[in-house]
Ligand binder design. Structure first.
Ligand SMILES: NC(=O)c1ccc[n+]([C@@H]2O[C@H](COP(=O)([O-])OP(=O)(O)OC[C@H]3O[C@@H](n4cnc5c(N)ncnc54)[C@H](OP(=O)(O)O)[C@@H]3O)[C@@H](O)[C@H]2O)c1
Length: 330
């Protein structure tokens, strides 16, 4: 085991949060039950905010960034895990209140870990990451609501070329739903069609303010954009349908009316991945194992070294990343 290793650490400098590479030792890590050698992490939108300084994600500093990790257990004081187990961790406050995955070694609580799903390698698990696991939470929530797939009406995915969006398109298409992708990048249409999208909506048509009850169009929707886009999507859902809302890439505000909810019985289903209970997580990973086409997974991911983290962080916040970026830690 190496004496010192590289981590991406967020610190407070002159009142502002800044991220930089730093050498840590095992003695620096938190005193949690399980020591994991991290093989891969990833960059989600929230990681981009944390590393670029564009969002105050870390609630204390110094903070090791990275909301996800996948790796191998080195030591465990818990009887849940033994050395050699392959494990995955999504959320649970990593990079906010707890040290995260951008570190060759990390100590974490036993109950935050899940076993690597048998369908995936460690690298693939991080190609999915929080973004993909959240897409699966959204798909499950829409299916539980029960109105997608009852006729041939389409399911809309906003922010489609991003991480949540790409995995959502692939999962929904694989399950046999007709998927329409909303993107601001027409150059991604071929890519989205290869993941299973059969229709496209230009991002701008949803981001401009619209009426409270528009033409009923979508059986359901997965929204990672928020703001005016979410208000428009709610007003275009068919009677009884639902929107699984998980993101704010377009803004955290929501100026809308109650009309779709009280006149069309439309539901707004809030989706949180960070503190989701273990049973929901396991069901989401099962959905991914059964319905995420491995060819799609390969198409939507790319691998980068840890040294590329600052650039990827800037790119994801600027909406320039397509699909998912895996970060090789080890
Ligand atoms: N609730 C949760 O637990 C949870 C979990 C994961 C992620 N999230 C949230 O979900 C969102 C997406 O995360 P991600 O990791 O998929 O990020 P991402 O890869 O950056 O994808 C976001 C996508 O949103 C679109 N977009 C970007 N800026 C926009 C703008 N100003 N207006 C409209 N659309 C815009 C872009 O898609 P196009 O280029 O296709 O238009 C972009 O690719 C983020 O807000 C993230 O914080 C929440």
């Amino acid at each position: 085991m190496s004496d010192s290793f590289t981590a991406m650490v967020i610190d407070t400098v002159d009142g502002k949060q800044q991220a930089a590479f730093r050498q840590l030792t095992l003695a620096d890590l938190p005193d949690h039950d399980v020591l994991v050698e991290v093989a891969f992490s990833t960059v989600n939108y929230k990681d981009g905010l944390a590393l670029s300084g564009k969002g105050r994600i870390a609630r204390r500093t110094p903070m090791v960034g990275g909301i996800d990790l996948a790796g191998v257990v080195v030591e465990s004081r818990s009887d849940k895990w033994v050395a050699g187990d392959k494990v995955v961790l999504n959320g649970w406050g990593l990079s906010e209140t707890e040290w995260g995955g951008y570190s060759r070694y990390q100590r974490v609580k036993a109950e935050w870990l899940i076993a690597l799903p048998p369908e995936f390698t460690l690298e693939q698990a991080m190609a999915i990451g929080t973004a993909g696991y959240t897409a699966a939470l959204c798909v499950n929530a829409l299916e539980d609501w029960g109105t997608i797939g009852v006729d041939d009406r389409e399911v809309l995915v906003t922010g489609a070329a991003g991480g949540v969006g790409s995995v959502a398109v692939s999962l929904l298409a694989n399950k046999g739903y007709k998927v329409t992708a909303s993107t601001g990048r027409p150059e991604t249409h071929d890519y989205l069609a290869s993941l299973g999208a059969s229709g496209f909506v230009e991002r701008a048509t949803l981001s401009e303010k619209g009426g409270p009850l528009q033409k009923e169009r979508w059986a359901g929707a997965i929204d990672s954009v928020g703001s005016t886009t979410l208000a428009n999507v709610l007003s275009q859902i068919v009677y009884g349908g639902a929107v699984a809302a998980c993101g704010l890439a377009g803004g955290a505000d929501l100026t809308a009316t109650v009309l779709p909810h009280i006149l069309r019985n439309v539901a707004l289903l809030g989706i949180d991945s960070v503190m989701a209970p273990v049973a929901k997580r396991q069901r989401a990973w099962q959905t991914l194992g059964q319905h995420l086409n491995p060819v799609h997974l390969l198409a939507l991911m790319r691998i980068e070294p840890m040294s590329a983290l600052p650039k990827i962080a800037e790119d994801i916040v600027a909406g320039r990343i397509r699909g998912r970026v895996v970060v090789e830690i080890n």
